[in-house]
Design a binder for this molecule. Structure first.
Ligand SMILES: Cc1cc2nc3c(=O)[nH]c(=O)nc-3n(C[C@H](O)[C@H](O)[C@H](O)COP(=O)(O)OP(=O)(O)OC[C@H]3O[C@@H](n4cnc5c(N)ncnc54)[C@H](O)[C@@H]3O)c2cc1C
Length: 1007
């Protein structure tokens, strides 16, 4: 850390109770958002209270340092970026303070989705519904004056804010609300003179009143009633019965007038009924004409899609492909509300009559016949921005000229002109909009890391904005001005911009708060640098200036630890556009269980991509990768891989984390307990050899204490008993350890540690199932365990040795026509995801293609009509948990499908999120409690639910399911084997459970 940053950190830590981060890796996480820009802050403060915010601002003001409020950092125009102190309100200021029937008081870090959930339980609703509701914070929504598709029904945030506690640019804390203007007695108070905060607010109201009066004509022209106008400060509706509504004033002010530390929001009764239709057209202009026709009917939403969106949607999901005919070049999603379903449907009837009344207006009409259809139609809109963010490749739709508003009456005409401009500028763009209020999001394809493309973007913006002004429109309607548009706004709306500057001076004369946004744009736009390797190698001449060398973009030759497909790690890093969807707290998905438990920026998957981006673009010294700050960030990932499947761009964050952890371990090596825990498979081998002793030790508190102190395994963890050499002896007796001589389908059963050391019955069950289906099965005793714990701790050298040996053996089997089948899902992930990164082998592709988990293999048999269905009924209530490493390959687990085939088995397969175990991670005493908190949904369901036993493929998840309850959890294969009468012992579950605990002595199969 340089001296300047060190000084800032020391000063701030002395006055702030929250967290202060000044190390380079932490700053790298706050240098970007969802925009195209990158600005490194000097420091990051994560306040715990309004006092922390006030102290930070006071400190900054006394030194002339800027302060930038930040929520989730999902702004598309660089609104929360800046070179000063970033105040991250999303970390600790997350409390819903008070709720009444009409209002809710919240801190700024509360996430929109959580607020709506809190209100839904009370029959209330807040309203504004941005597509990013699962991550966006109320502070950010106020800063941005966020709205969403239902703007016509709920308006934007400013329509909902009744009062706001705000820290002003000198650190004064005030409550803003509609206020009577009072002139200051002394218009030029001495610097530092104390002013009563309430009086200060009245003086502010007076200043604003004066500006409104002086500049009424400019404001009237720039913010006309017939057009939505929230680009910049909105000044046309601040007067309320002689008062000035200052709380409204800070909405959309991008944190330039004050930092909101609490807000009182208006809420209303929920429960109105909705009805939805999707109208399809042959052109954008026709869709625009239809929107005009429908506007008088008062739809609650009217979203417009162009043909590229429709094509993208059709390509992304089969149900969209069935829904949208390929001939459609535009679509309108129209929603109406009513007091009940009939009333809402009647309004849709009327809308459909209207469009049908105009000949050849509409190509096709789709009507939502129920909530499922409505959900599907809405997902066109809701997932649209993330679908756009999912487009990978150097050139992709980018948010730059994103946000324009035209008077709704001019929309059809304007859409035609927009096409001409795009043609003239040789640009391809996607167009999405909220048609009834004339709001358009235009995303041109560009490679923002490429100089020529950036020039083209600036030219396009110039041409497009000129057309917008000519149409009587404005820019920055929904996403704000930010870095993208503040400069353009000043050029195209100079008069209004001058009024905004007066407002800014009234609130923040020293220009401390988020400077460069809305007014006073700085110099050239700070576009992010490309992390992709240059198409042409750079000239050989060495730079004379070593500093310049360090800031030159570098390639991922810096990251030699893994084998990436071209264009290397840089390709993955580049694919992350910072949209922040990985900060999701919404139920119904499993995006980053670690972030959900500890919602700090560094826990988010995008943090890891940002960190590597900073190294690759030359801003972060590669040596930092081996430091403890990076380790702390990388260690927030426990390799559940859920981000990889839920990220719309599919960024392989687990691989990036392997890279980060690997770099640290390569330089520093592991501590003793991490080293031992990473080798839990090897330790288990000893446990197996000395089973009686090891089992006695598991029961002995002193031995458990020693185990915790050395290996790190928490004393409170229930651990499985060792079953000695039983599995391999049984396999050998059955001749399984020799290659199968059977003709037809053949399987090499990849045994993991659990099956080998703890659960011979699972092996018997799976082998029995395969043999019952005439499949030759063998077990190769030369194979080691998959090595996932080594990967997860970053011991890549050891993981590579394991992978190389296993791949050699697996490749032999694949060449002989075997499928590789695992009963442990993490083993499949290791072989199919990690091994190709660790080892270069000509047979790798074939090994990966041949590998799957047991349930997938059996489900494939079923699909081919080869699975026997002669199950005995199994009367049991089973709670099935789909482990993260199964979800990586299929959202609905094949085990769930298979268990549903068993008669009388009552299956509860509701998703309760991640179990929190993450292999050996949850075993460690340092993570034990966190692990239980992450898995509380699952653990509670096992403990309190109406179930006989749990089932899941993952051995670690089973341990978690059994933690805190006497109910057992088994591998689903055992249930299937039991229903096929393949397992020994008494029928029904009793026998199965007795066998599981290791007391079974017979190996007779009766099937
Ligand atoms: C996938 C995606 C979909 C989106 N969909 C929509 C949409 O449908 N509608 C829409 O309007 N926008 C949308 N956006 C843009 C953006 O996400 C929203 O405007 C969002 O509300 C910003 O919230 P945030 O918490 O990320 O704030 P940030 O991006 O962190 O900040 C936004 C602005 O608010 C200021 N701010 C933050 N906290 C405070 C505070 N406590 N006090 C004062 N100012 C503060 C910041 O300084 C900044 O100027 C979308 C973005 C993405 C990536």
């Amino acid at each position: 850390m340089d001296q300047e940053r060190q000084r800032i950190a020391e000063d701030l830590r002395g006055i702030v109770g929250g967290e202060v981060c000044c190390d380079a890796p932490s700053l790298a996480l706050y240098a970007t958002d969802a925009s195209l820009f990158e600005v490194w802050p000097a420091a990051v403060v994560r306040p715990r209270s309004v006092d922390d915010v006030a102290a930070t601002v006071r400190w900054a003001a006394s030194r002339g340092v800027a302060v930038h409020a930040r929520g989730a950092g999902t702004s598309l125009c660089g609104d929360s970026l800046g070179p000063g102190i970033v105040v991250d309100c999303s970390r600790f200021l997350r409390r819903i303070v008070a709720t009444t029937d009409a209002t809710v008081r919240v801190q700024p870090g509360v996430v929109a989705h959580q607020l709506e959930e809190h209100l839904r339980l009370r029959g209330r609703v807040f309203g504004p519904d941005p597509a990013a509701a699962a991550v966006t914070t109320i502070g950010g929504m106020i800063g941005r004056n966020t709205s969403g598709s239902r703007f016509p029904r709920h308006g934007a945030v400013r329509d909902r804010v009744l009062a706001a506690q705000v820290v002003l640019g000198d650190g004064t804390v005030v409550e803003l609300e509609p206020t009577l203007p009072v002139p200051p007695v002394d218009p030029h108070p001495a610097p530092g003179a104390a002013v009563d905060p309430a009086m200060r607010v009245r003086h502010l109201a007076f200043e604003v009143e004066r500006i409104l009066a002086d500049d009424a004509a400019v404001i009237g022209r720039g913010q006309p009633r017939e057009r939505l106008s929230h680009g910049g400060y909105r000044l046309d509706d601040l007067r309320r019965e002689g008062r000035i509504d200052l709380a409204r004033m800070v909405c959309g002010a991008a944190g330039t007038l004050g930092i909101v530390t609490e807000a009182t929001l208006r809420i209303e009764a929920a429960g109105e009924a909705r009805a939805v239709t999707l109208l399809l057209f042959d052109s954008l202009e026709t869709a625009g004409r239809a929107a005009l026709l429908l506007a008088p009917l008062g739809p609650s939403a009217c979203d417009l899609f162009d043909k590229r969106h429709l094509a993208l949607a059709r390509g992304a999901r089969v149900d969209f492909d069935l829904l949208i005919p390929p001939v459609a070049d535009a679509g309108l999603l129209v929603e109406f509300v009513g007091v009940d379903a009939a009333a809402a449907e009647a309004r849709v009837d009327e809308a459909i009559r209207r469009v049908q009344g105009k000949r050849r207006l509409c190509l096709d009409i789709r009507r939502a016949e129920g909530p499922g259809d409505a959900e599907l139609f809405w997902s066109l809109s809701r997932h649209l921005v993330s679908m756009l963010h999912g487009v990978r490749g150097e050139s992709r739709p980018v948010p730059f000229v994103e946000d324009i508003v035209v008077p709704p009456a001019t929309l059809p005409d304007f859409l035609g002109r927009l096409q001409s401009i795009l043609k003239r500028e040789a640009a391809t763009a996607m167009v999405f909009g909220h048609a009834v209020h004339g709001q358009l999001h235009v995303r041109p394809y560009a490679a923002p890391g490429n100089e020529a493309d950036r020039e083209a973007l600036l030219r396009l913006a110039e041409a497009l904005y000129a057309e917008v002004v000519a149409a009587g429109g404005t820019i920055g309607g929904e996403q704000g001005l930010g870095l993208s548009r503040t400069g353009f706004f000043a050029r195209f709306f100079p008069e209004l911009s001058a009024v905004f500057a007066r407002v800014k001076r009234a609130f923040d004369p020293a220009g401390i708060l988020n400077p460069g946004k809305i007014v006073d744009a700085g110099g050239p736009l700070p576009f992010r640098r490309s992390v992709l390797p240059p198409a042409e190698p750079p000239p050989a001449a060495a730079s004379p200036d070593p500093a310049a060398e360090r800031t030159a973009p570098v390639t991922d030759s810096l990251l030699p630890l893994l084998h990436w497909d071209p264009p290397g790690a840089a390709g993955e890093v580049d694919a992350c556009n910072g949209c922040g969807a990985c900060r999701s707290l919404a139920p119904g998905g499993r995006m980053c269980p670690r972030y959900r438990e500890e919602p700090a920026e560094e826990s988010s998957p995008r943090a890891k991509a940002n960190l590597l981006a900073a190294v690759l673009d030359g801003r972060l010294d590669p040596k930092t990768l081996t430091g403890d700050e990076v380790k702390a960030i990388a260690d927030t990932c426990f390799h559940c891989h859920q981000c990889r499947i839920e990220c719309s761009a599919g960024v392989d964050v687990p691989a990036l984390v392997m890279q980060l952890k690997g770099a640290h371990v390569a330089e520093n090596s592991l501590g003793l307990s991490d080293w031992l825990l990473a080798r839990v498979d090897g330790l288990s081998r000893w446990g197996g050899l000395l089973a009686p002793l090891a089992n006695a030790a598991l029961e002995d508190p002193r031995a458990r204490w020693i185990l915790e102190k050395t290996v790190g395994i928490a004393q409170g963890r229930k651990l499985p008993r060792f079953t000695g050499q039983r599995t391999m002896r049984w396999a050998s007796r059955r001749g399984l350890t020799r290659p199968s001589r059977r003709g037809g389908a053949r399987v090499l059963y990849f045994l993991d540690t659990w099956a080998t050391r703890h659960d011979p019955l699972l092996v018997e069950a799976f082998v029995g199932i395969l043999e019952r289906h005439g499949i030759g099965v063998s077990i190769d005793p030369r194979l080691g365990s998959a090595g996932m714990p080594l990967v997860a701790t970053g011991d890549l050298a050891a993981a590579r040795r394991v992978a190389a040996r296993n791949v050699r053996i697996l490749a032999e089997a694949v060449r002989l026509g075997h499928r590789i089948v695992c009963t442990e899902p993490a083993a499949v992930t290791a072989i199919t995801h990690d091994y190709p990164l660790l080892v270069e082998d000509d047979d790798m592709e074939r090994v990966v293609a041949a590998t799957c988990d047991a349930a997938t293999y059996l489900w494939e048999l079923h699909r081919d009509g080869k699975l026997r269905l002669d199950f005995d009924p199994l009367p049991a209530r089973v709670l099935y948990h789909s482990p993260c490493h199964v979800r990586v390959r299929a959202v609905t687990s094949p085990s769930e499908h298979l268990l549903r085939l068993v008669p009388a088995l009552r299956l509860d397969a509701a998703d309760r999120g991640c179990s929190g175990m993450a292999g050996t991670w949850g075993l460690h005493h340092a993570h034990h409690r966190t692990s239980l908190r992450i898995g509380r949904g699952l653990v509670a369901a096992m403990r309190d639910g109406d179930v006989d036993l749990g089932a899941t493929e993952c051995s670690a998840c089973r341990l978690q399911m059994e933690q805190g309850t006497t109910r057992s959890a088994v591998h689903p294969l055992k249930l299937l084997a039991r229903a096929w009468r393949l397992l020994p012992g008494p029928h029904g579950l009793d026998g199965l459970l007795t066998a599981r605990s290791g007391r079974l002595t017979t190996s007779r199969c009766d099937g």
